[in-house]
Design a protein around this ligand. Sequence first.
Ligand code: HGY
Ligand code: MN
Ligand code: MN
Length: 406
Amino acid sequence: MTVAGRLAEIAEIGRDAERGGYSRHVFDASDRPLRDWFRRSADALDLAVEEDGDANLWAWWGAPGEGAIATGSHLDSVPGGGAFDGPLGVASAFEAIAQLRRSGFVPSRPIAVCAFAEEEGSRFGMPCLGTRLLTGAVSAAAVLERRDATGTTLAQAWRDSGRDPERVGPDPERLGRVATFIELHVEQGRDLEDRGLPVSMASAIIPHGRWRLTIAGQGNHAGTTAMDLRADPVVALAGAVLAVREVAHSRMPGARGTIGKVQLVPGGTNVIASRAIAWMDLRATTDDDVREQFALTVARIRTAVEAEGCTLDVHEESFTPRVDFDPGLTAAITAALEPEFGPVPAIPTGAGHDAGILAGMLPTAMIFVRNPTGVSHAPQEGARDQDCEAGARALAASLRALAGAA
Ligand code: HGY
Ligand code: MN
Ligand code: MN
């Protein structure tokens, strides 16, 4: 089997014919087939599978116990996402274990393959939902009443999937078994392509936040309302979009600002909207920079909203502080990769990951695999087969080094 072969096994699950790419969200139609694939992959390697109260999957090589090395990623996607963001890390973990088993390697400590729930936060707006719940970074109470686009609460979605929302929440006993976590992930950029390298380590994840903007105006008739008598939230939203771009581009060099999701209420062609709801994603080098970026951006948005005679409500949905990965662990893995890959660099990323959440609790590192397009969160996301196999070898070398003879 190969990593490419494992990814091919799920290639038809959650395809999005309308947007292209994949739309795989917690407990939607793709969820069960993806979890079944995880279980089949684990069974084929004699790994014992558990699902925790937060819907995270764990496949154990050796009895779950102290000092475990965990590796994995997520199986969900953004709407219209690529094939590699998440699944590459899970498929590579299974392939790395298959290689180690074939070589006769016997780990001196338990190894677990993980698939964490709803890393993208696409359904309930909380990124890294499974790891935030597992670690207590977010409480069950803070999310169980969150609603998806259909108005279904997270608690109801848990029940509809046959799970008990009472089990949602921190799991210190399970987390206490894990001594180290490594996440392999497709690079979401072109750094490795430009350097001509198949793999690298990650040095840091820059901080990022998500806010919901609600701009309220006066709904009215598109044909009978004079232009100077309007309070049109869509016009105000246009100002907000440009403010996000302007601040990230000119006022905060290196920052990133995006409005990628918008809802208009009521959403009629011949109707001036009464409300425009937009989700803003801001990222910058430090936590303080993101907070400054937020303040500058919202001030400009408020000016545009008030100029249009509308009102603005801003709600913070999530904030993820900067993560600098464990230097000792990163160095140990870099050493393990040296024989095959030479001195691999450690590069920062603007993308959040479950590893970023776990890094607050235990030594954590990431391995990136080259993405020739550099595109992610879109169907054009790519990874060459040979680089996917190189990533699995890198992960196997890491696991061998970390879980080798005591
Ligand atoms: O949004 C992110 O950075 C990640 O892909 N969830
Ligand atoms: Mn992603
Ligand atoms: Mn990801």
